[in-house]
Design a protein around this ligand. Structure first.
Ligand code: SAM
Ligand code: SF4
Length: 348
């Protein structure tokens, strides 16, 4: 078992220096990128089987490997109070399959006076009819809901689930007063013909839609370059019916566009136009492994030192050391990522 005293700085491989020793300094990497956003995966479990995410026959992780609520909250507190994280997004797997998801949101809210500015969630939407009001009451700021198609058959072929409960969940979230953005992964020969109907629907509902390029992180080796429908192709499809103009780039991973001079939509063009140079996020898997990047081949295990009794300083040093060495990103190493973890464990 790891002795907390053995947890020290990891030497940087990039600039030959080590992570800053100042315990209160913002979390940075050696390439000058400051981290403000933390994504926490609450569980690897899911009630959908999206072809772009899940293995065909997922083997759920043993429950003792998943961070307990108090462990997760201790880490979240350190990230906010000592490492400058201002935004936390809960994801999964499906975060609402975790029985204590609302309690976690509630507890994260106590970190607001300590520097946390936003608590958000990404969900497949199915359980929102049950939980939206409680999530709002617990202090959730906003939600991203995945919806890759509005045609029931297309939706089912992509996710293994039904579209109606998702639409009901979106309605429930909005009725509860939660701002909702829609995420749609676009995959060739699956849903590229849904791009226009999805946008028209989002416009009519006055919701922001973000198309996502298919990333090579799925659990069944389904990704290949031909299946990626890139930003330019998505724009060409939308321009057959709408006037589309690019907006100035912000810190958001999505590039935003106005449509017919009025509302806006986004495209997360990770594959065709990677945004690695301005990436401000880090990720904690449901098992407590810290990943500097979605495309990292490995992470830093925080759960073992946590369970071995590591003090706050040791955990902070471990986090700083790992993030300091963050890779350049997908832009430097495009293509399929061979690694032992997939999207449903790490969280998208
Ligand atoms: N279950 C929730 C959901 O589906 O929204 C949260 C977890 S899911 C892994 C988070 C986001 O990652 C979703 O918007 C999903 O569409 C996206 N995603 C999953 N696999 C992806 C892939 N291979 N490429 C691009 N986006 C992906
Ligand atoms: Fe589940 Fe979300 Fe992955 Fe789909 S994308 S399988 S809903 S975790």
């Amino acid at each position: 078992m790891l002795n907390p005293r053995d947890v020290t700085f990891v030497p940087a491989t990039v600039s030959g220096t080590v992570a800053p020793a100042d315990a209160r300094a913002p979390l940075r990497d050696a390439r000058g990128r400051t981290k403000r956003k933390l994504r926490i995966s609450l569980t690897d479990r899911c009630n959908f089987r999206c072809v772009y995410c899940m293995p065909e026959t997922p083997q759920w992780l043993p429950r003792e490997q998943i961070l307990r609520r108090e462990e997760l909250l201790r880490l979240a507190r350190l990230f906010v109070t000592e490492l400058g994280i201002t935004d936390i997004r809960l994801t999964g797997g499906e975060p609402l399959l975790r029985a204590d998801a609302v309690e976690i949101v509630d507890a994260l809210n106590t970190l607001r006076p300590l520097g946390l500015e936003r608590v958000a969630m990404t969900s497949n939407g199915v359980r929102l009819t049950r939980h939206a009001a409680a999530l709002r009451a617990a202090g959730l700021d906003d939600l991203n809901v995945s919806l890759d198609a509005r045609t029931p058959e297309v939706f089912h072929a992509l996710t293994g689930g039904e579209v109606e409960p998702v639409l009901d969940g979106i309605r429930a979230a909005r009725d509860a007063g939660l701002p909702v953005k829609i995420n749609s992964v676009v995959i060739r020969d699956h849903n590229e013909h849904e791009v226009l109907p999805l946008l028209d629907w989002a416009l009519s509902e006055r919701m922001t839609l973000r198309f996502i390029e298919f990333m090579p992180l799925d659990g069944r080796g389904y990704w290949n370059a031909e299946r990626v429908v890139g930003e330019n192709e998505i724009l060409d499809a939308l321009r057959t019916r709408h006037a589309v103009s690019a907006l100035p780039q912000t810190d958001d991973p999505a590039r935003y566009f106005t449509v017919d001079g009025d509302q806006r939509f986004g495209i997360i063009s990770t594959i065709s136009k990677p945004f690695c140079k301005r990436c401000d996020r880090v990720r904690l898997s449901s098992t407590g492994t810290l990943y500097a990047c979605l495309f990292s081949a490995g992470g830093a295990d925080l759960r073992a030192p946590l369970r071995a009794g590591a003090d706050d300083d040791a955990l902070i040093r471990l986090v700083r050391g790992h993030i300091w060495n963050k890779e350049a990103g997908y832009a430097q190493r495009p293509g399929y990522v061979e690694r032992p973890i997939t999207m449903h464990v790490l969280g998208g």
